[in-house]
Design a protein around this ligand. Structure first.
Ligand code: FVH
Length: 293
């Protein structure tokens, strides 16, 4: 525990892979931890580390001013919260379950209506990384409650405040994961392509990583163009990208690799050009993706 951080009472509800890692991190930081899980068998290893088992979710909530939830889905969270309206009052609920901004906002209402404070969190780590140097959590919601418990929450990793809109932590979480999935789409397509000629994926991963790292340098420029609305480019126009794109789709077909992940990109390029944006850079595509809310 960092110096000057007093031991806190924390309850962790939901002891799957992630919830167990969270509870364990609080214990290692010297906090007094109460644990509950729907299937009681999962409390065993944490009790062995010093956690107190709660017989019911209500008992777990009543044990601590800070209540951490980490269930599979936010629907599960809503259902669980609905079973404990009385015991929530006066506590801070920090929900670290993965979900959508709309779900976080709805849960915030559900919790505050019962006299408790709500903070939502998006964990940027896998269970094995919790409490390590690269783990951090986005938080949003009740700022006073967050500040009151930030030192305790720091046992899990870095703390990044995103604002008082309870949906913002989920938005940041999903934003980063969207970038990650975009990269994974490119990586699996590239490796599937070179494997058709028996080039080893491991061998190709070297230049692939090097190239992706070099290309990451264009991200700030794309972001700047999106913020300013100035999409004209002298680097790589949509017209240039559109003219090269059939080479990819033709090669995928010729090599027997599905192009199902890439066809939507071709369609988006075509639509951008048809709407008069041929001279713009790739940042224009963010505008093209906007749909009416
Ligand atoms: N694991 C990971 O890498 C990711 C990293 C980023 C954040 N996610 C999110 O964390 C949430 C929990 O994930 P998890 O890895 O702990 O998941 P499981 O090991 O499958 O544990 C699920 C727990 O949820 C409990 N549960 C499920 N349904 C209910 C319900 N209706 N009522 C009460 N509890 C429920 C389940 O209980 P049990 O099956 O053991 O009885 C587990 O405790 C998740 O949002 C990830 O997206 C993890």
């Amino acid at each position: 525990m960092p110096e000057n951080t007093p031991a806190a009472r924390v309850s962790v509800l939901g002891l799957g892979l992630m919830g167990s890692a969270l509870a364990s991190a609080f214990l290692k930081a010297g906090h007094e931890v109460t644990v509950w899980n729907r299937s009681a068998s999962k409390t065993g290893p944490l009790v062995a580390q010093g956690a107190k088992p709660a017989g019911t979710a209500t008992e777990a909530v009543e044990a601590s001013p800070l209540v951490i939830l980490c269930l599979l889905t936010n629907d599960n969270v809503g259902e669980l919260l609905a079973t404990l309206p009385e015991s929530l009052a006066g506590r801070t609920v920090v929900n670290l379950t993965n979900g959508t901004p709309a779900q976080a906002r709805a849960l915030s209402e559900q919790v505050t209506e019962r006299g408790a404070r709500y903070v939502d969190g998006g964990i940027m780590a896998v269970p094995q990384m919790i409490a390590g140097p690269h783990a951090y959590v986005f938080y949003s919601g009740d700022e006073e409650a967050y500040k009151e418990h930030e030192a305790t929450l720091a046992a899990l990793g870095g703390t990044r405040w995103t604002g008082t809109d309870p949906g913002f932590a989920a938005l940041h979480d999903l934003g980063l994961l969207t970038g990650m999935y975009g990269m994974i789409i490119g990586v699996v397509q590239a490796l599937a392509l070179v494997r058709t000629e028996n080039i080893r994926a491991e061998e190709f991963s070297g230049p692939l990583v090097e190239w992706i790292q070099a290309m990451l340098g264009i991200v700030p420029g794309i972001a700047q163009a999106i913020d300013s609305g100035e999409h004209l480019t002298d680097v790589s126009s949509l017209a240039v990208n559109q003219s090269a794109f059939p080479n990819f789709l033709e090669t995928f077909a010729a090599q027997g690799v599905s192009s199902e992940l890439f066809e939507p990109f071709q369609a988006l390029l075509d639509r951008s050009i048809a709407e008069g944006h041929a001279a713009d850079g790739l940042s224009r595509l963010a505008e093209m993706l906007k749909a009416e809310k």
